[in-house]
Write a protein that binds this ligand. Structure first.
Ligand SMILES: [Zn+2]
Length: 86
């Protein structure tokens, strides 16, 4: 909600004993995180939103002012990820 926040998650791991199953372990998933994601989906939306109409350097400075410590290379890769395939 616009505040710099650190979320600490205890991610449970589950094991499958079914010999006919192709998976041996399952990790708990969360709606607000993409698989293996380290930023919440809402934070990514905010970063993209702030970065769309400005340089990555300016966006990084704006975000570090109270939203998240994000470098310009992270900003660029998030923008590429968002707009490369569409
Ligand atoms: Zn299974």
């Amino acid at each position: 909600m616009g505040k710099k926040t650190k979320v600490v998650i205890e991610n449970r791991k589950f094991f499958c004993d079914n010999p006919n199953c192709g998976f041996t372990t399952f990790a708990e998933r969360f709606d607000f995180l993409s698989q293996k994601g380290k930023k919440t989906k809402r934070l990514i939306e905010k970063i993209v939103d702030v970065s769309l109409n400005t340089s990555s350097t300016t966006a990084s400075r704006t975000l570090k002012g109270g939203i998240a410590d994000v470098g310009k290379s992270t900003i660029c890769s998030l923008l590429k990820k968002r707009y490369a395939s569409s």
